[in-house]
Design a protein around this ligand. Sequence first.
Ligand SMILES: [Zn+2]
Length: 198
Amino acid sequence: MAKLKLRFFPDPVLKKKAKKITTFDRSVRKLAQDMLDTMYVEDGVGLAAPQVGVSKRMMVIDVHAGTDEDPARPIVFINPEIVEAEGEMVGQEGCLSFPGVFFEVKRASKIVVKFQNLEGKEMRLECEDNLLCRAIQHEMDHLNGDLFVDKAASAIQRDLEMTKNGLMQGDLEELEQKYLAEGGTLKVRSRSSVEVSN
Ligand SMILES: [Zn+2]
């Protein structure tokens, strides 16, 4: 097992559009396995290749990671494409490249995704209203150099979380007041079950 080094915001590799994978050889299988090893060790439910410094269109997801529903059920997505998206859902999101930061992000509630598996075979997956649906959209953004901080449902909640975790300069007290004023709830700093990182 090989654990790869995570890249954290503001590492420039996170803003790059990743390249398509065209050969399905041993090195691709090794990257997938190393990414899964890294994701499990880091307690994430998803990981995209740019997050380990590899600008290629591969991402791994296991929404059962860290739950009682073991054994692991990983999915490796190569060259994924969302072919249908509809509806809307808002929910808490985290990212392994932004340790400790969690805020609400709006996503499509139903998607159909096309991708290739490790053998290069075309696959199709449909999901609706669940963590898998959210994780796929989050990881696909990574492949395009897009980050969840640009998709926050509330810019104030995001700034508050970024400031709290030392990723942004800001007046914490003022942000808390503003967030309460817009109807937000300040949370106690303990990891809740809805806080999973992608
Ligand atoms: Zn992420």
